[in-house]
Unconditional design. Structure first.
Lengths: 259, 259
């Protein structure tokens, strides 16, 4: 219990009579990575906003450890083209960060060379790294990452997740990741929470990937995404990233045509 | 040089000084139509001010604020696009202003308010403008980084502890103030151009928000000088001449950039 950074208890939210979240329990401990996964519209980002205190739940409460330093990486940064701003200035705005600190966090996300680049000139992957760097500026004890690999190509996604796992080790922080794809997050995750308005199932990644509730929610979609790669590879990946031969693990291939 | 020209020049330069940096936010946040709506509601402020006999600058600021607050409450209650609501507010407030004006027996020159009347600026006007511009500049400089942060990413700013609602209100108040101050200079129909054209002209020559703001002030001042010169030698109306010279500067800057 002493390790707990954040506990959300019985969180519910209804807007205009429409139930968005129902009775959610969530705990994040130091040095653990928790992944929140669910289809579009499942309420993942809403739950993140409640956890961050940006939105008040209709019922339930969020308990944070005293003076908890939280680093937040929003889903996507859209800077209007009319605004000229360098990576350095963008990172400086966080908490009037000093130049040395800015260089340190950029170095950590392996983007030191971007210091003087304009935000507009960055690729999707570079922009996500810069956002990640900003979330590290206050040396967070809890990192909240909302879809950190959005707009990043497949290779970059794996790299980014490896980077996130290494940040957990170097900062000894707890991390909450939001994702709509369990496939890549799997290897870096200690616990998965499968959300669709309510918590469908949760637990260790392996455990969740075999849970009937998970299969019902994701089975078909996962199978479909695996089918794409079946054309290029003579192996597939198990859900925690290891190479296995032949069929994927989901076990729901029956009745699904790969055509 | 005649006194009235000198007063006109100082008033114009003062307004251009604040309109540039503030206009940058109007451009970055895509608030051009919002500025236009506030400018339209300025006439409502004028006629109301005449009706109950209070200071006109003050009543203009008041009217702008009321309209801005109305916009916020309408945005959350109606399922209409923001530009539709802005259109409703802009033209209703203008029309209501004109109707109220017909009830007063003021024998006023409407054209002066619509297109400005820089050459009739009195010492008293000048004092008001100077006090207003200096106050607004100080507030803008002090809150510059916070305003940049909410412009870049609202939720990120909120998560980092900024009071986003208060900053947005502050920005609105500043825009309303500048509109009230520039009434005499270019008039309500042309005010937005003084905020938008200078930043737009210098976007391509700036690599930081601060440089863009500084250059915008400079271009605004040049436009005021050019417009007044034209007005003096060619006997053209001063407000429109200033906007024409700003437009010429914009075209020049595009030409230089494309070379």
């Amino acid at each position: 219990m002493t390790n707990s950074l954040l506990q959300a208890q019985n969180i519910s939210l209804a807007i205009d009579g429409k139930q968005i979240l129902q009775n959610i329990n969530l705990q994040i401990d130091a040095k653990r990575i928790v992944t929140l996964i669910g289809p579009n519209g499942a309420g993942k980002t809403t739950l993140v906003k409640i956890v961050l205190g940006l939105l008040a739940p209709s019922a339930g409460k969020v308990n944070l450890r005293n003076n908890l330093r939280i680093g937040y990486m929003p889903q996507r940064l859209h800077v209007d083209n009319s605004m000229p701003i360098s990576v350095q200035k963008f990172l400086h705005l966080a908490v009037r960060a000093k130049p040395e600190l800015i260089e340190k966090v950029l170095d950590e996300v392996k983007a030191a060379h971007l210091l003087h680049s304009q935000i507009h000139s960055l690729s999707g992957g570079e922009l996500q790294r810069v956002l990640l760097a900003r979330s590290l500026i206050q040396d967070p004890e809890l990192l909240v990452l909302d879809e950190p690999v959005q707009g990043v190509d497949i290779n970059g996604q794996a790299e980014l997740y490896a980077l996130i796992a290494s940040i957990r080790d170097s900062h000894q922080c707890g991390i909450l990741i939001v994702s709509h794809d369990l496939h890549l997050v799997m290897s870096a995750t200690d616990e998965v929470i499968c959300l669709n308005q309510h918590v469908c199932c949760h637990g260790h990644p392996e455990q969740v990937s075999n849970d009937p509730a998970y299969l019902e929610l994701f089975g078909k979609k996962q199978a479909a995404s695996l089918a794409v790669y079946a054309h290029h590879h003579n192996h597939s990946h198990s859900l925690d990233g290891e190479v296995v031969n032949g069929e994927a693990l989901n076990g729901d291939h029956s009745g699904h045509d790969h055509g | 040089m005649a006194d009235f020209i000198l007063r006109a020049l100082v008033a114009g330069l003062l307004v251009a000084l604040i309109a540039g940096p503030l206009g940058c936010f109007v451009v970055w946040r895509r608030m051009a139509y919002f500025g236009d709506t506030l400018a339209h509601s300025a006439l409502l402020g004028i006629s109301f001010g005449i009706l109950i006999d209070i200071n006109l600058q003050f009543s203009v600021i008041l009217a702008c604020l009321v309209i801005a607050l109305l916009l916020f409450s309408m945005e959350s209650r109606h399922h209409l696009a923001t530009d539709t609501i802005l259109g409703i507010l802009a033209h209703s407030s203008l029309a209501v202003g004109l109707v109220i004006l017909s009830f007063t027996d003021a024998n006023m020159d409407l054209m002066a308010y619509l297109f400005g009347d820089l050459l009739t600026v009195t010492n008293r006007d000048l004092m008001w403008i100077a006090a207003g511009v200096i106050t607004a500049l100080i507030i803008l400089v002090l809150s510059w980084n916070q305003l940049l942060t909410i412009t870049l990413h609202q939720e990120l700013a909120q998560a980092e502890g900024l009071n986003v609602g208060r900053m947005r209100l502050l920005l609105m108040l500043l825009i309303a103030t500048v509109i009230a101050l520039s009434m005499k200079v270019v008039g309500m129909l042309l005010i937005t151009s003084l905020m938008i054209i200078p930043p737009a002209s210098v976007r391509n020559f700036s690599n930081s928000p601060e440089k863009m703001a500084f250059f915008a002030s400079l271009v605004g001042c040049l436009a005021v000088c050019g417009g007044l010169l034209a007005s003096f030698y060619l006997d053209t109306p001063s407000g429109p001449s200033i906007v024409v010279s700003a437009a010429v500067l914009f075209m020049l800057s595009s030409a230089i950039k494309n070379r």
